[in-house]
Design a protein around this ligand. Structure first.
Ligand SMILES: *[C@@H]1O[C@H](CO)[C@@H](O)[C@H](O)[C@H]1NC(C)=O
Ligand SMILES: *[C@@H]1O[C@H](CO)[C@@H](O)[C@H](O)[C@H]1NC(C)=O
Length: 165
């Protein structure tokens, strides 16, 4: 015979283990958040700089790219609720200096400083360009900005994945 208290303990255990399972959600350049549908915000000091491109082997069938002239500022903002985020670009032959500001942090992470990113001639799909884990569970805002480039650069955002608990 199973006692009532055993059942409660079992139920609590089940509830606790179910509750802490993390799930990954995605933010696509075109379709936005897989859970809420919220789309990334694209801003630029010039109109219509971001252009959508179709592709077969990238995430969601499209990526969004901008060809950025010197002195143009381009911003992309991703908002999410979770504890970790991974951002994927398509990398061409030129690497732009892209800065990632998590939650208005004043010291950004720069793409050119990211050790794993190397120059390539063929476009690299699914290139992990930024990640941050161990965030407090809650709402976060990642600002991705390209500015002060000395030459014309190409930036292509494909998607991001974030962990929700
Ligand atoms: C979420 O995605 C990251 C990066 O791809 C991976 O390391 C992690 O194991 C995934 N977590 C879950 C719960 O699938
Ligand atoms: C882009 O982000 C930078 C850095 O926070 C900010 O100074 C600038 O005003 C933003 N520009 C646009 C067009 O949103």
């Amino acid at each position: 015979m199973v006692k009532g208290s055993t059942l409660i303990v079992l139920a609590l255990h089940f509830f606790a283990t179910t509750w802490v399972i993390a799930t990954n959600r995605t933010i696509d350049d075109q379709f936005g958040d897989s859970h809420s549908g919220v789309k990334p915000t694209y801003l630029s000091s010039e109109n219509d700089i971001w252009k959508s491109h179709r592709c077969t082997s990238c995430f969601g069938g499209s990526y969004l790219a901008a060809t950025i002239l010197p002195s143009t500022v381009v911003n992309l903002t991703l908002k999410f609720e979770g504890t970790a985020i991974w951002v994927y670009f398509i990398l061409g032959s030129d690497l732009a200096k892209v800065s990632f500001f998590m939650d208005n942090n004043r010291s950004p992470t720069h793409l050119q400083d990211a050790g794993r990113v190397t120059r390539t001639i063929k476009p690299t799909q699914n290139a992990l360009v930024y990640s941050e884990t161990g965030l407090m569970m809650g709402s976060h805002k990642l600002l991705i900005t390209v500015s002060d480039s000395q030459e014309t650069v190409f930036v292509a955002f494909d998607f991001a994945r974030y962990q929700w608990i």
